[in-house]
Design a protein around this ligand. Structure first.
Ligand SMILES: *Cc1c(COP(=O)(O)O)cnc(C)c1O
Length: 385
């Protein structure tokens, strides 16, 4: 059986978890602080704040941007549901903009028309690790004095060409970026999240909110020589990452360059091998983007084939997933309020016509060959892989 994905974890991570456990401090503490420093250095961000997952990261990013009830946030429906949900947590209205079919990312040409007097932020998604057209989005956001939040859940290690240099997603190029360490992403801590920002004031708020709005960090109280009474300054949350997870994350971060290089090699292998199957369209990077290929989505010429092809592949021992969901089509959003700025045709077609193929660093060329030949057989096409 070839799974869709598999986290790359080993002795180093097990040893790190053991170290944290035996240290006697297991919730947010010195490992989290070290993970934040190392993550900030890895993406070249001024500030990094760890949280429990990317959904809570998105919630805090929206709060930092001042988003609340009655506001509108421009985003995509074509994303994991957490993107839209995080907007609803604040009471704001998600305004869905269509994607460009080539990149599966928000179509920057449609963003400006979606802006109203109620718009409070733009939340773009680097879908499946492919960077958004940040240059244009940053310009639009600046022209309208709107904060730009990047949902970089999938994009750790992805790069964008910025003023002639390749820079990692998360610098951040917008105002704040949110990452996920769920096992389906490129590096994992089981669950986990990280926010990077250029704004010191936002970073200070994130640190307050992730720990109940508590005035004194528990590590500070723990090591204080004098009795400390804490205060709860604002409505906060428990969105902490644990030191056990952070210790694992630090080891995962050491593997990041190798994992991304491997995934890029594997994506290139798929591209070349799948070129022979004419009704399978492979994804392409814009010249200014380097994806980490968190997911590898191919488009089928015939949409009627999607479920059937997936089933036949499953019977051959190959797991696939359909294209990224459209939040507006989910039952939850028949009750939750939202608005579409224009048609969502490309979003819906991407969901219906794409197939995500297995891709993870432990996959061998033989595994990839098996996927491509099974796909060719199922589509009754000749396979040259
Ligand atoms: C996975 C994902 C999330 C949620 O991340 P969690 O860490 O599981 O909360 C949010 N947005 C996108 C685009 C994702 O792929």
């Amino acid at each position: 059986m070839i799974p869709i994905s598999k986290p790359l974890l080993g002795e180093a991570e097990a040893e790190a978890a053991r170290r944290a456990i035996l240290s006697g401090w297991i919730t947010q503490g010195p490992e989290v602080a070290a993970f934040e420093r190392e993550f900030a250095a890895a993406v070249n961000a001024p500030f990094a704040c760890a949280v429990s997952n990317c959904t809570t990261a998105l919630h805090l990013a929206l709060l930092a941007a001042g988003v609340g009830a009655g506001d509108e946030v421009i985003t995509v429906s074509h994303s994991f549901i957490a993107t839209a949900n995080s907007i609803r947590y604040t009471g704001a209205l998600p305004v869905f903009v269509d994607i460009t079919p080539e990149t599966f990312n928000i179509d920057p040409a449609r963003v400006e028309a979606a802006i109203t007097g109620r718009t409070k932020a733009i939340l773009c998604v680097h879908q499946m690790g492919m960077p958004c057209d940040l240059k244009v989005l940053v310009e639009i956001a600046a022209a309208h004095r709107l904060p730009l939040i990047e949902d970089a859940a999938c994009a750790i290690g992805s790069e964008i060409l910025w003023n002639g240099n390749w820079e990692r997603i998360g610098k951040p190029h917008g105002d704040i970026a949110c990452f996920s360490f769920h096992p389906r992403k490129v590096i994992s801590t089981g669950d986990g999240g990280m926010l990077t920002t250029r704004r010191a004031e936002w970073d200070r708020k994130l640190r307050l909110w992730r720990q109940h709005g508590m005035s004194v960090a528990d590590t500070v109280r723990h090591s204080a020589r004098q009795v400390v009474f804490e205060e709860y300054l604002e409505l906060g949350y428990n969105y902490r990452l644990t030191d056990i997870q952070a210790a694992v994350g630090r080891e995962q971060l050491k593997r990041l360059d190798g994992i991304v290089a491997r995934r890029r090699e594997q994506a290139e292998w798929y591209r070349a091998a799948l070129a022979a199957i004419s009704d399978v369209q492979t994804p392409a990077e814009p010249v200014w983007a380097r994806s980490n290929w968190q997911s590898y989505a191919v488009r089928l010429a015939n949409p009627r084939e999607q479920a059937e092809v997936m089933q036949l592949l499953l019977e051959r021992g190959i797991a696939t997933r359909r294209g990224i969901m459209c939040s507006h089509r989910e039952p939850a959003y028949s009750r939750e309020p939202w608005r579409a700025a224009g048609a969502l045709t490309h979003s819906e077609q991407a969901q219906e016509r794409t197939l995500i193929l297995p891709l993870y660093p432990q996959m061998t060329v033989g595994d990839q060959q098996a996927v491509v030949s099974a796909l060719a057989a199922v589509l009754e096409r000749e396979c040259v892989a």
